[in-house]
Write a protein that binds this ligand. Structure first.
Ligand SMILES: NC(=O)C1=CN([C@@H]2O[C@H](COP(=O)(O)OP(=O)(O)OC[C@H]3O[C@@H](n4cnc5c(N)ncnc54)[C@H](OP(=O)(O)O)[C@@H]3O)[C@@H](O)[C@H]2O)C=CC1
Ligand SMILES: CCCCCCCCCCCCCCCC(=O)OCC(=O)COP(=O)(O)O
Length: 365
């Protein structure tokens, strides 16, 4: 018997006519289901298949489809309730935003104003704050935006100003529901060239200022057993990249402080949300300070390619509304880098050393 004759039949392409060889006839009839022993089995199998096909159809229409529809309905209801709860939480809430004069802070102001929060806008530049108040007032939807934002001018790196700003806010609006510590500056430079005055300036603005402001507002939140502290950290609060020492250090310190605060405030029902974004299209790189304390003044390619500030502001709004403890707003690579730093630190350090070599080479050439 030539078994190669069976190949086209097994592949289902072509069955040759059965040769006279009796062994062949047996195999051939088995394959074509014409053998007497095979037919009853084949019939039983077909019947079994048909019965189960029917049962499967019944199961699909009586259980699986209603279950799926029910789950979708429940999910939609859950989202609706979540949205309603969020709106109720944010509407009329007193929201203090630092660094409201530009970038993410300005977009957060627009997002929280749109849901009816009572804004306290903080910054160093009174004129720009007033421009924002005008812009928000012009957009006001009178059903929701009944509160005219109130502005406070102070420099976060001046601890006395920080404390008196907190006092002024409490005097003017009575209490703070949500504090968004957003203001910050970045830095570009090598550790060897950077003076301690620059390290201190970055730490004062990004770390000491926000923690002093938070501490000044906390007692009134504790008294009311109500409040929410938000801080805009960075992916660089979780991983450190070369030529950002002062900035990454300030953001790591921020992450650590607010993680401790979250645990300590639980007993007073005060929430803490840490937001860690990747690159955002703002003037952060332009406003960055360099090793000698001068302005960097360059809009970086990574910044241009980042998320829009409006998009990140929506993430902040949702995170606050849902009382999330922590949010990472970054692409796949930076997010993977965060895990790599913990799970395979040697590999991460190798990547960072090679990044430093490349950046140095690009600067030198
Ligand atoms: N852009 C990005 O790629 C990313 C940004 N972030 C973080 O987002 C936050 C907002 O930055 P972003 O909007 O991007 O940058 P911008 O430079 O556009 O905004 C920074 C804001 O902080 C204020 N600020 C700076 N220094 C002080 C100070 N000493 N006292 C008071 N206010 C000050 C600025 O006010 P003024 O107008 O007076 O200078 C400005 O309003 C920062 O904490 C930053 O670290 C995090 C990850 C990525
Ligand atoms: C398994 C494969 C993993 C591969 C990981 C390789 C490592 C990739 C490195 C990615 C580095 C991302 C850095 C992101 C930095 C960032 O988003 O910072 C946000 C900022 O705060 C921006 O401030 P800046 O002043 O630096 O513009």
């Amino acid at each position: 018997m030539e078994y190669s004759n069976l190949v086209p039949c097994l592949l289902g392409t072509n069955c040759p006519p059965a040769p006279r060889d009796p062994e062949w006839t047996k195999v051939f009839s088995l394959l074509t289901m014409e053998s007497e022993t095979v037919i009853p089995w084949a019939r039983m199998f077909t019947r079994w298949k048909n019965i189960h096909k029917g049962k499967l159809m019944d199961l699909t229409f009586t259980a699986i489809v209603p279950l799926l529809l029910g789950s979708v309905g429940l999910f939609a209801l859950f989202r609706l309730l979540q949205r309603m709860r969020m709106r109720a939480y944010l509407q009329d809430a007193v929201v203090v935003i630092t660094g409201a004069t530009s970038g993410l802070g300005k977009e957060c102001a627009k997002a929280f104003h749109a849901v009816g929060s009572r804004l306290v806008l903080c910054g160093r530049n009174g004129e720009r704050l007033q421009d924002l108040v005008q812009e928000l007032s012009a957009k006001a939807n009178h059903a929701k935006n009944i509160h005219k934002p109130f502005t406070v001018i102070f420099d976060l790196s001046d601890s006395k100003m920080v404390v008196s700003a907190a006092e002024e806010i409490l005097k003017r609006v009575g209490h703070v529901d949500i504090l968004i510590n957003n203001a910050g500056i970045s830095y570009r430079g090598t550790i060897l060239d950077t003076g301690m005055d620059v390290d201190k300036k970055v730490m004062e603005t990004n770390y000491f200022g926000p923690i002093a402001f938070t501490k000044a507002l906390l007692p009134s939140m504790i008294k009311r057993q109500q409040g929410h502290i938000v801080v805009i950290s960075s992916i660089q609060g979780k991983i450190s990249i070369p030529f950002r020492s002062a900035y990454a250090a300030s953001k790591h310190a921020t992450q650590a402080f607010f993680d401790c605060l979250r645990a300590e405030m639980e007993q007073y029902e005060i929430d803490v949300t840490v937001v860690s974004p990747g690159y955002i299209q703002t003037n952060l790189s332009v406003n960055a300070v360099t090793a000698d304390g001068s302005h960097y003044g360059v809009m970086d390619k990574n910044t241009i390619e980042g998320r829009t500030a409006a998009e990140v502001a929506q993430v902040v709004l949702n995170a606050v509304g849902q009382k999330k403890k922590e949010v990472l707003v970054a692409g796949l690579l930076p997010s993977l880098a965060v895990y790599l730093r913990t799970l395979a630190p040697r590999l991460f350090f190798t990547f960072m050393a090679s990044r430093a070599r490349k950046e140095r080479k690009a600067k030198d050439s």
